[in-house]
Design a protein around this ligand. Structure first.
Ligand SMILES: Cc1ncc(COP(=O)(O)O)c(C=O)c1O
Length: 432
């Protein structure tokens, strides 16, 4: 068993300094129990904690690290840029470079605006949609997460077509009520909502590959329906590609499914591990943003040169031939081998994957709906497995609703070692 005394001491101190001892709630290990592991360094697919335990990392900072930790080209770009200063609050050539790199390689992007997080990207995209359509209501889906802006921290109320109820203290009812929440993959609810409110809806926002409540792969026909309903009713379709963007392909889920949303939001990979978000659309839509148009949005550190240089260095590597193919192949092989063992032993779970995103579902059903509704017992299994994996050098995000990520840096040997640990963990849980 790993000794984690230093992490425990650091956490005790952190709790006195920051709410829950963390700067983002899921890091606190509330859903798996125990104390969070404090990370000292990372290289490739490996991280080391403050007690010098080594782990193979499948959290990847929750998605940004598609190249693994301390990627050499990203590191070089950051160091050489920061030698010239870290921020100017004035335009830099690096912003053009990252914008051009994305626009010239993404069919749905003509103009882009950089911000500093996924939340900021989504919040700004919603404002843009409302500004363009001059309407207030938005539709979101249960089980999708879009960051912590007021309009999105909303769950379904009761009733057939439900107006939202806030999921956080501090969100005004007036804001929550403008968000209509529908179950994922519910064709009928989409039809009925548009029948009743078609001319009031500014935008439909969805994670086209929902990956914040398990991996809830949607029927492509459902995404097509959203596209069709938005077009017909003058609403804008927003694909929140903060996770899927540059992950399942350079053009993300939009490219994979060949569906063109009106607005896209990005985060995570786009900043090469530094804080960058972005929203993007056609030039016509983007020209509504200040200073060109009436929709105001700004940021002191937006387009920060150090972050831009990290993003450029990361995305250039993603554009190398076969990058996504190799990533997909090794993830699928890893997942297939785990599933073969699960199936041979008839264990009650299944590992789903798309590209290099995977999720261990403690049920054999392919979920299309919010996972927490169907999966009540599964978190107890995940908690046990998570502890076993940590003790044996494999790091997963500390929640069973979170997906795992394979990076370019994971070697065949890393995946083999991790697979062995996972299978041993499952045997321990399920073998009688
Ligand atoms: C799909 C999606 N949208 C938005 C966000 C918010 O991004 P950030 O945490 O950078 O604010 C996240 C974060 O996990 C996300 O997964």
């Amino acid at each position: 068993m790993n000794k984690t005394t230093n992490s425990a001491l650091l956490f005790e101190k952190a709790k006195k300094l920051m709410p829950g001892g963390v700067n983002s709630p899921v890091r606190a290990f509330k859903s798996v129990g125990g104390t969070p592991i404090f990370i000292k360094k990372g290289k490739g697919a490996h991280i080391w904690d403050e007690d010098d335990n080594e782990y193979i990392d499948f959290c990847g900072s929750w998605g940004p690290l598609i190249l693994g930790h301390a990627n050499e080209k990203v590191e070089q770009a950051i160091v050489s840029t920061l030698k010239n200063g870290t921020s100017f609050g004035a335009p830099t050539a690096l912003e053009n470079e990252l914008a051009e790199l994305i626009i010239s390689n993404h069919f749905a992007v003509e103009k882009i605006r950089f911000v500093s997080s996924g939340t900021e990207a989504v919040m700004s995209a919603i404002r843009l949609a409302r500004g363009v359509t001059k309407r207030d209501k938005i539709i979101k889906f249960e089980g999708c997460y879009h960051g912590h802006a007021d309009a999105l921290l909303v769950k379904a109320g009761s009733g057939l077509i439900t107006f939202g109820v806030s999921t956080s203290a501090g969100v005004p009812n007036a804001v929550a009520e403008d968000t209509i929440v529908i179950a994922l993959n519910d064709f009928d609810a989409v039809e009925k909502t548009f029948e009743a409110h078609g001319n009031e809806i500014a935008a439909v926002i969805i994670e086209p590959i929902p990956a914040n409540n398990g991996l809830l792969l949607q029927n492509k026909l459902f995404l097509n329906l959203l596209r069709e309903k938005c077009t017909k009713n003058g609403a804008l379709l927003i694909f929140d590609e903060v996770i899927s963007g540059f992950r399942v392909g350079f053009e993300g889920a939009s490219g994979l499914y060949q569906i063109k949303p009106d607005i896209l939001t990005f985060g995570k990979i786009i900043g090469g591990g530094l804080p960058v978000g972005a929203y993007a659309a056609s030039a016509e839509i983007m020209n509504n943003i200040s200073p060109e148009g009436p929709v105001y949005q700004a940021g002191t550190l937006s387009g920060n040169p150090v972050a831009m240089s990290a993003g450029i260095a990361a995305l250039q590597q993603c554009l190398e031939p076969n990058f996504y193919h190799v990533l997909q192949e090794k993830t699928t092989h890893f997942v297939d081998e785990i599933n073969a063992h699960i199936s041979a032993n008839n264990y009650p779970l299944f590992v789903f994957n798309i590209g290099s995103i995977f999720w261990m579902s403690f049920s054999k059903n392919k979920h299309v709906d919010s996972a927490d509704k169907i999966n009540a017992d599964s978190m107890a299994y995940f908690k046990t497995l998570h502890k076993f994996m940590l003790d044996n050098g494999v790091y997963f995000g500390p929640s069973g609703y979170e997906v795992g990520f394979v990076s370019h840096a994971h070697t065949v040997s890393d995946l083999l070692t991790a697979k062995t640990v996972i299978l041993n963990g499952l045997d321990k849980i399920f073998k009688i």
